[in-house]
Design a protein around this ligand. Structure first.
Ligand code: URP
Ligand code: ZN
Ligand code: ZN
Length: 476
């Protein structure tokens, strides 16, 4: 087959191992891999000598233009996916959340409209179930439309998002029936509310400021909720995926459950791997409030261990950007800080610098956690997630050692700050390709907004090979 482009002479990371050689692209797909592919007439050569050629990362946990905490998160599909591309992320999965009275279908339509005409990379959504009694009968229809992952929050009553045990149990039963997967934000709502109420006094706020954020969310707040969600997963057999796991205790619970054959998977986010709660001692500590918050150094080390041992399958970002001005509305009351961090642009650089360069993960392991596993688990494999013949030509080409300093002024995100400001990181994408098109060249975004495509899916979870019945019937 005639090749349009050849990515030449890089160290190419594939599921079968790494090799030094070429990736041949025809149209949107990878069509050849080899030691020295012959360029046909007119083929563009992309020199990758001295670079790693990785599958584009999938960030399967992002929130773009999210109404949350009384404001709207500052990165939309334009800036968010430009940031993604510059960070070597070629697929994002956001969360479509129904607001008052809306159906699951309306939520998906709202999110499709947000992305339409703006997205630079490919995308899809997890569908959030916020009112189980109403939404339960809409699940099969969403699967028919090509959405195979659902989400429930165990907190956020004030946002109107909170699910109780009945909803979790019932949704997991439905996941089992359909062969689809439930993502859960696991924190213990009642205990959390109680701890917040105990500390929510003018004296405590004057004394502790933003440190009350970690003080009111001890590890057991996450651990109890993970334990309970795992219990319902075990009882129903429905596939469960714990989002943004941040604690050592969570990793232990998931590991033990997986050992018993319980169909639970876990994701952590890169902030839980590189930050700890000492950030709240800083004068601008309130900027770092995210939910759940970053934990202790022992949790950080346990999560890295979980990645190596396998109980942590995926690293994402939970990007939910708020500017300094948005964060400033807290006025000394930690319960009013818009919770979330920017992250899409720094996912791969942080995982590479703090994971691979520090010897915590091999290049192949990093690629598994950022690309192959997320694609498999979210039902996008083999189209996404690996450099192999037949897959979309989604590639991130990075230099092994060249670093860049994190400087929000020079970044694509709308954030005017970064949790990693001033950090020297390797692993920014010199070149990013999405479906065969160069969208980042020489570290600068060159792709056209609106070119990103919605990705229909027909499966999800551990049994990703088994298509969800409704999606299969609909022909996805
Ligand atoms: O702080 C965060 N994570 N904001 C987004 C909402 C969520 O819980 O993921
Ligand atoms: Zn969450
Ligand atoms: Zn989130």
């Amino acid at each position: 087959m005639r090749l349009d482009k050849i990515v030449k002479g890089g160290q190419v990371v594939t599921p079968a191992g790494s090799f030094t050689g070429d990736v041949g692209i025809a149209g949107e797909r990878i069509t050849a891999l080899g030691a020295d592919l012959a360029p046909g007439q007119g083929a563009r050569i992309i020199d990758a000598a001295g670079h790693y050629v990785l599958p584009g990362a999938l960030d399967v946990h992002v929130h773009l233009e999210l109404p949350f905490c009384g404001t709207v998160s500052a990165d939309d599909y334009r800036t968010g996916t430009r940031a993604a591309a510059r960070g070597g992320v070629t697929t994002v999965i956001d969360f479509a959340i129904p607001y008052a009275g809306e159906s699951l279908g309306q939520a998906a339509d709202n999110w499709l409209r947000k992305a339409e005409g703006k997205a630079l990379v490919d995308y899809t959504f997890h569908i959030c179930i916020t009112r189980w009694q109403e939404h339960r009968d809409q699940i099969a229809g969403m699967i028919e439309r090509g959405f195979t992952t659902f989400k429930e929050f165990m907190i956020y009553q004030s946002e109107g998002w909170q699910s109780d045990d009945r909803a979790l149990f019932g949704t997991l039963e439905a996941m089992r029936e359909h062969g689809t997967m439930l993502l859960v934000h696991a924190e213990s709502a009642r205990v959390l509310d109680e701890l917040i109420a105990r500390h929510h006094t003018p004296e405590q706020m004057a004394r502790y400021g933003a440190r009350l954020h970690p003080m009111t969310r001890p590890n057991f707040v996450e651990a109890e909720a993970i334990q309970r969600a795992v219990q319902w997963c075990e009882a129903t057999g429905g596939q469960l995926y714990i989002v943004h796991m941040s604690t050592a205790e969570g990793a232990e619970i998931v590991r033990a459950a997986q050992g018993r054959g319980v169909p639970v998977l876990a994701e952590t986010c890169v902030q839980y791997l590189v930050l700890d709660d000492s950030v709240f001692e800083r004068e601008d500590g309130h900027l770092f409030a995210c939910c759940p918050q970053v934990k202790k150094p022992k949790d950080v080390e346990r999560l890295w261990q979980g990645l190596r041992r396998g109980e942590v399958s995926v690293v994402s970002t939970d990007t939910c950007t708020f500017s300094r001005a948005q964060k400033a509305t807290w006025n000394g009351d930690w319960t009013k800080i818009p919770m979330g961090l920017p992250g899409l642009e720094t996912l791969l650089p942080l995982a590479y610098t703090h994971g691979v360069q520090r010897g915590r993960l091999t290049l192949e392991e990093m690629s598994l956690k950022l690309s192959t596993n997320p694609a498999r688990i979210m039902g996008l494999y083999p189209r996404k997630g690996a450099i192999q013949v037949g897959a979309d030509a989604d590639l991130a080409i990075i230099h092994p050692t060249n670093t860049r300093m994190v400087d929000p002024a020079a970044m694509e995100t709308n954030a005017d700050w970064s949790p990693y400001q001033g950090w020297e990181l390797a692993g920014f994408a010199r070149t990013t390709l999405s479906r065969g098109e160069v969208i980042v060249d020489d570290y600068a975004v060159v792709g056209r907004e609106g070119r990103g495509q919605w990705l229909p899916r027909r499966s999800a979870g551990l049994e990703a090979g088994r298509p969800a019945a409704a999606a299969a019937a609909a022909g996805w």
